[in-house]
Design a binder for this molecule. Structure first.
Ligand code: EPU
Length: 428
């Protein structure tokens, strides 16, 4: 197994290049199932969530040609399976997107419940409501979601929550349905817009992505395409916070500054200097960050996927900050780990009171999920001494070359192979 070891206390200085967006890529990969041609996907992040999604396509018969580390050509014309067992879906929340894509392609899908990071209950009732509105019959059979439709017919669907996953899944199911589908209270995240742009580049007719009303007029055929994934908003935000927390000065390259506005706004409120350019953002922090209150919200609000990283910055800010999580029920599990590093944070339900401390101290911690892992890395960069982070498989799900990227801006960070003695004992 591997762990990340950081000798903290060094300011990050230099340039970091941002990879393609995970949450756009994992929606676009299953969408390729709908194409009657070859799709070339560029700027794919080289992360384990993307390889897992591509492996699912490959396992069900897609022809995958790897062009380079960030580009693949996928031909799904030979796929004829609409069943994904637990062994294929367990590690991946986004595997649920195959329900919408397979329904559209085969009129049926049978998929084991998706896995993914544990933030409490992660229902898919809004996905199912959408499929049913399009005319599908959805049952849970032996723990598998079984969705079937003779014909999918466009419909008006109001989402009770502006769910990213439900919006993606309904778009996938509706893109070849008969007539017009209207998703009201749709999610507006940049990855929704990227998926719509990808589908439109194959010949779909989708309007309004990025607003709360997405209109999808069904088409008969989708063709092959060549498409480049947008840069990752959360990866960029993570390095922005890391630069600020270490008192550094970093130019974050290959970003869409508009996608980062809520993060930039909160960092500026915390006293961090942000300079925006066309496709770059410079983050510079010369003083101790100031307290500020943050509430996570759907886009364009402050993203929940930046909550653990921002909490880590506020843990060393001057004053008491309040972090309110409004998207997930249970996304503060990592706070125990930050506390081990000397943070003073009290969590009450969905609210964390963060009493900023002067310094964090090094410790042996674990990544409790993907963004929590990123928060541990930031904490390790800030803390004096040697921090070790285990469970880094979570970090590898969403951050391409995190160790190399941070090393290039002056961090003393490495991956170290170790033997998990406890796991070995359990296996005996
Ligand atoms: N919800 C329902 N019913 C549903 C679907 C969602 O009640 O049918 C609720 C959830 O319980 C949650 C809220 O709605 O309280 C938002 O869930 P959403 O469906 O928007 O989340 P998701 O699609 O499962 C995606 C990202 C997450 C990110 C959330 C919120 C992907 C693959 N995952 O998850 O990203 O936190 O949107 O923005 O796009 C991450 O990248 O670290 C990550 C967890």
């Amino acid at each position: 197994m591997e762990k990340i070891v950081i000798n903290g206390g060094k300011k990050l200085v230099g340039e970091i290049e941002i990879s393609g967006a995970k949450n756009a890529a994992v929606a676009i990969i299953p969408a390729v199932l709908l194409s009657d041609g070859v799709c070339r996907l560029e700027n794919l992040p080289n992360i384990s969530d993307v390889s897992s999604m591509i492996r699912i396509l490959s396992d069900i018969g897609a022809d995958i040609k790897s062009i380079n580390a960030h580009t693949v050509e996928i031909d799904c014309r030979g796929v004829n399976s609409w069943i994904l067992p637990f062994s294929m879906t367990s590690g991946m929340r986004a595997s649920s997107y195959f329900i919408g894509a397979m329904l559209a392609r085969f009129g049926k899908a049978k998929i084991a419940p998706p896995g993914g990071c544990d933030f409490g209950v992660r229902p898919i009732d809004q996905h199912i409501k959408g499929f049913q509105a399009l005319g599908a019959e959805v049952t849970i059979d032996n723990g598998m979601v079984d969705a079937r439709a003779e014909t999918l017919v466009g419909s008006a669907i109001y989402l009770d929550k502006a769910s990213v996953g439900a919006t993606v899944n309904i778009m996938l199911a509706a893109v070849k349905a008969k007539g017009l589908t209207i998703i009201d209270n749709a999610a507006k995240e940049p990855h929704i817009v990227d998926l719509a742009n990808f589908l439109n580049s194959m010949g779909a007719d989708i309007m309004g992505a990025g607003t709360s009303v997405v209109k999808i007029r069904g088409v008969d055929k989708l063709l092959g395409t060549s498409y480049s994934i947008i840069p990752d908003q959360i990866e960029a935000g993570t390095y922005m916070v890391a630069a600020a927390a270490t008192g550094g000065n970093v130019l974050i390259k290959n970003v869409i500054p508009k996608h980062l506005e809520s993060i930039s706004a909160k960092l500026m409120e915390a006293g961090v200097t942000i300079e925006e350019y066309d496709e770059e953002i410079r983050v510079c922090c010369t003083n101790r960050p100031k307290k500020c209150n943050v509430t996570t919200q759907v886009h364009p609000g402050f993203p929940t996927d930046m909550q653990p990283q921002m909490t880590t910055l506020l843990a060393i800010a001057d004053g008491v900050s309040v972090m309110t999580e409004s998207v997930w029920d249970n996304r503060f599990k990592y706070v125990d780990q930050l506390t081990l590093m000397g943070a003073d944070i009290k969590v009450d339900g969905k609210v964390a009171m963060i009493n900023g401390v002067d310094k964090l101290k090094s410790a042996h911690v674990i990544a409790t999920d993907l963004r929590a892992g990123a928060a541990m890395v930031i904490a390790g960069l800030v803390a004096q001494g040697t921090t070790e982070i285990k469970n880094i498989k979570y970090i590898d799900r969403g951050y391409e070359d995190i160790v190399e990227k941070l090393k290039n801006v002056g961090a003393d960070i490495k991956r170290v192979t170790y033997t998990d003695v406890d796991a070995q004992k359990k296996a005996l």
